[in-house]
Design a protein around this ligand. Structure first.
Ligand code: NA7
Length: 554
């Protein structure tokens, strides 16, 4: 069996059953599942120098997950669950990376991963029903199955600020932070961007820099993360009850075993009760404020406004300067329709003498100059600029990979008006191409490790089904894709979620087609749909060029 270990020289690497792209949470589990449980020969390509994916690249100070770590972790191995100890409720990036390295060691994954190697093209050859994958290290490899574990937030957006190259100081991106520690002591630092990454990095840099200038275009609704040391008693409880906890997590739309106290309507609640509910969820932290209070917050604008108003008041209470507070208060879109960041000391950071907020809505950023950032008002002289400007989310990582399906059709052409998938897992015209947590699946609105496990399990079951029947190819029918796209749009349109300009809709990337890219029907319902389709012999899919057994029988 060929191997993809680092001894492999550039050139023709040979034939595999499956090529997996990416060695983050998704790629690691896909390798384990396909190689160790299905017995396939698997080659993994990873652009980073180690395992970790998102958690390899986003190593900026303050980077941390915002789903509780005992949930934001694999569930597939009870031994792994039992042996790993989380030190904090919400683990920081170094700890998550240590965890993923532990997983790679435990399951002996590295020997089949080619690091520092980026896939630059993947072409489907119809006559042989194989994918040919080429890398920037001149590897060429063929496989029956191509499994993309490329992540949803792995293609950084670097805004084309006029003059960016002219900046004489240091330029950093949160999404590709240097490996060596960055020391901002005595520096004048500018951070551009106040999404989740900016909101995590700003309080950290503020503690070190001589002067921090935050350039904010759109204020966010950030609620407290509620982090702290992991309570040993709670850790013991989790380990004793992991099975139940995971089962409950999987039945929750966020993938976390919240207490199921969510009430139907914020509007029906007595205002005092509602305030107490919001106060309690605020204090408890995590996504409880959004997901565990009232179920109409993302459906009814007036209901949403009750939560938004509560958060605005909280921002005003935390920020001493009323003018700065007003600039930090979001008022142009409903709460939760941009990915809501969770914060630790973010708003209070603006009370520090060394921190200045620049409101880019009233004084737009004109250009980057040699000495810093020029807005319509002035030039901010800086030693370092940190870009926390986000990602070409969901579709970006796939479209940058140069994928071509039947008849040489590029994925970019196929998705020129937005992503088109069945279940967010497969694309018509691209046989045997599987996307883990792809667009139009619950993905980023569910707990990612569980979303990944669900998808990898489905993919693995599908491949097993094909192999047992000597079926060479599977792809969704054009009709099933059209139905899924319209189903996902219909659900999204019944919510407030498209009302903001966000990476959920592609609005953050100039020229990107607008489409809501996450399935909003909830992970439990979604999982049931996926299971039903598989149980019906892959209804809606074409096997070896013919409709699935279920459709032939009807
Ligand atoms: P986000 O959430 O997309 O945030 C990017 C931030 O950068 C946001 O405040 C943007 O303002 C700002 N931005 C982007 N382009 C510009 C330009 N050209 N000028 C000024 N400001 C700009 O990315 P994050 O990395 O913070 O978070 C991504 C996800 O990673 C997060 O949701 C978690 O799931 C993990 P805007 O809002 O567009 O006005």
């Amino acid at each position: 069996m060929p191997s993809a270990n680092s001894e492999v020289l550039a050139g023709d690497v040979g034939d595999f059953d499956a090529v997996v792209v990416g060695a983050g949470f998704a790629g690691l589990y896909a390798l384990h599942k396909l190689r160790d449980q299905l017995g396939l020969s698997v080659c993994v390509y990873e652009a980073g120098g180690e395992v970790g994916g998102t958690w390899y690249w986003n190593r900026y100070p303050g980077a941390r997950c915002d789903i509780e770590s005992y949930c934001y972790s694999y569930s597939f191995s009870d031994e792994l669950q039992q042996e790993w100890e989380w030190s904090e409720r919400f683990a920081g990036q170094p700890e998550i990376r240590r965890y993923l390295n532990h997983v790679a060691d435990k399951f002996d994954l590295r020997r089949d991963i080619q690091f520092d190697t980026r896939v630059i093209s993947a072409t489907y050859h119809e006559e042989r029903s194989v994918w040919e994958v080429c890398t920037d290290q001149d590897h060429r490899v063929r496989a029956q199955f191509l499994v993309c574990g490329t992540g949803n937030l792995s293609a950084p957006k670097v805004p084309d600020f006029h003059g960016l190259d002219s900046f004489a100081g240091q330029l950093y991106c949160t999404s590709s932070w240097p490996h060596q520690e960055v020391d901002f002591t005595d520096q004048r630092v500018g951070v551009i961007g106040t999404g989740s990454s900016g909101i995590q990095v700003i309080p950290e840099i503020a503690q070190q820099a001589a002067q921090l200038t935050v350039f904010q275009r759109t204020p966010n609704y950030a609620t407290p993360l509620g982090n702290g040391a992991m309570d040993p008693e709670f850790q013991r409880y989790i380990k004793q009850n992991y099975g139940t906890i995971r089962a409950r997590s999987r039945m929750n739309n966020t993938g976390v075993p919240y207490d199921e106290r969510v009430q139907p309507s914020a509007l029906d609640a007595d205002p005092d009760d509602r305030r107490r509910t919001y106060e309690a969820r605020w204090t408890e932290g995590g996504f409880r404020f959004l997901k565990d209070a009232y179920s109409d917050l993302l459906i009814d604008k007036d209901a949403n406004e009750t939560a938004a108003a509560f958060i605005r008041d909280k921002i005003r209470q935390q920020v001493q300067d009323p003018k700065v507070a007003e600039q930090l208060v979001p008022d142009t879109y409903p709460y939760g329709t941009k990915r809501p960041p969770l914060e630790t000391n973010y708003y209070r950071t603006f009370n520090r003498d060394n921190v200045t907020l620049v409101d880019l809505r009233s004084t737009p950023l004109l250009r980057i100059v040699e000495s810093g950032v020029e807005t319509s008002e002035t030039v901010y002289e800086l030693d370092s600029i940190v870009l926390a400007t986000g990602f070409d989310a969901m579709t970006g990582p796939l479209l940058r990979m140069g994928v071509r399906g039947r008849s040489g059709l590029s994925l970019g052409r196929c998705w020129e008006n937005g992503p088109r998938t069945n279940l967010g897992l497969m694309v018509d015209g691209f046989p045997n191409l599987f996307v883990i947590t792809g667009p139009q699946s619950p993905s980023v609105l569910y707990n990612m490790p569980l979303a990944i496990e669900d998808h990898v399990d489905w993919i693995s079951d599908c491949i097993r089904y094909l192999r047992e029947r000597s079926v060479k190819t599977i792809e969704p029918s054009a009709e099933s894709v059209a139905e899924w796209v319209s189903h996902t749009n219909e659900i999204a349109n019944a919510t407030l979620m498209s009302m903001a300009h966000s990476w959920y809709t592609g609005d953050n990337i100039p020229g990107k087609p607008r489409a809501f890219m996450v399935y909003l029907g909830g992970a439990p319902r979604y999982r049931q749909i996926c299971d039903d389709i598989a149980a019906a012999g892959y209804r809606g899919f074409i096997l070896d060029g013919a409709a699935s057994a279920a459709e032939r029988d009807t």
